[in-house]
Design a protein around this ligand. Structure first.
Ligand SMILES: [Zn+2]
Length: 303
């Protein structure tokens, strides 16, 4: 018989033990599509992920296999989930739920799904957390910093994580050693980051117990729509309405860029829908080494 796995199949699929069979299937399809070797030519990482996803689905979609797996997992709770030095293989495979900026689903989930460890004195690592983060388009395009607030388990201040006060159970944490607190982080947004990209922020997840290491924080970037700019890959499209006289006769015009303004020359007899490319004023490419273009698209005022 195969060696019992230490992998968390629920986490790999980004689901909980309560997720319905239909939803597990749906989730699997989404992930399999995303990491399929055919759509990720040559990526070893994607290939490995695809294998893990398939392995997880094979077990969790089969009632008998799942029961056996759950039983083994309950046993493994005796040992720390992620000993130091073991690679953190389980970065979220896009395991995010809810609407952008919406529910704290990623937060609720890990609390519900983990049973209490069998030995309460054993060091256990903290939970990994997964949230969505709303990022304004100019920040995503050029990089910047976002103040991000979220809630996580932290060591109880009252009992310094012992769970006791004198001979009594700590009243603040009810002996759990951990309490839920809100924290704010300055999150660096890399220039040119793509929508849905996942930022991994090491050790900013939930606190561990009995000296176990903290979990990690994973933030999925949700680029906010902008009233003026649209991003298409690395180019920024800006629709500008100009007077009909300027369109007919041509002339200079000041237009907004992502972070400043620039003056462009409108050609004579410019027509509605014509475009003018301003090189190097688009979104960052290769994390800031280059920039795409700003494309001005003309609209003409009616007389
Ligand atoms: Zn306490």
């Amino acid at each position: 018989m195969a060696q019992p796995t230490t992998l968390n199949y629920y986490k790999i699929l980004g689901i909980t033990q309560k997720t319905s069979k239909a939803d597990i299937k749906k989730r699997y399809r989404e992930l399999a599509k995303k990491y399929h070797p055919d759509t990720n030519a040559g990526s070893k990482k994607a290939e490995d992920k695809f294998k893990l996803i398939s392995e997880a689905y094979e077990t969790l979609s089969n009632a008998k296999k799942r029961k056996e797996y759950d039983r083994q997992r309950a046993y493994q709770k005796k040992t720390p989930r992620r000993p130091k030095g073991q690679p953190n293989w389980n970065a979220p495979p896009g395991g995010f739920g809810g609407e952008p900026g919406g529910s704290k689903q990623g937060f609720e989930e890990p609390f519900a799904q983990e049973p209490e460890p069998i030995d309460p004195d054993m060091p256990t690592s903290g939970f990994d957390l997964q949230f969505m983060v709303d990022v304004p388009l100019p920040v995503a395009a050029l990089g910047g910093t976002i103040h991000y607030s979220y809630e996580k388990y932290m060591q109880c201040e009252e009992c310094e994580g012992t769970g006791t006060q004198g001979s009594d159970e700590c009243a603040e944490c009810q002996g759990k050693q951990l309490v839920v607190r809100s924290v704010t982080l300055d999150v660096k947004i890399p220039p040119g980051v793509a929508d849905q990209y996942t930022l991994a922020i090491i050790k900013e997840g939930g606190a561990g117990r009995n000296g176990g290491p903290p979990g990690d924080l994973f933030l999925k970037v949700c680029i906010q729509p902008h009233p003026k700019f649209k991003r298409i890959k690395n180019d920024i499209i800006h629709e500008v309405t100009i007077p009909s006289k300027l369109a007919e006769e041509g002339g200079s015009l000041e237009v907004e860029t992502l972070n400043a303004t620039t003056t462009i020359q409108v050609e004579e007899e410019t027509l509605i829908g014509e475009e003018l490319r301003v090189p190097g004023e688009g979104a960052a490419i290769n994390w800031g080494k280059k920039r795409g273009d700003l494309i001005i698209k003309f609209n003409i005022e009616e007389n």
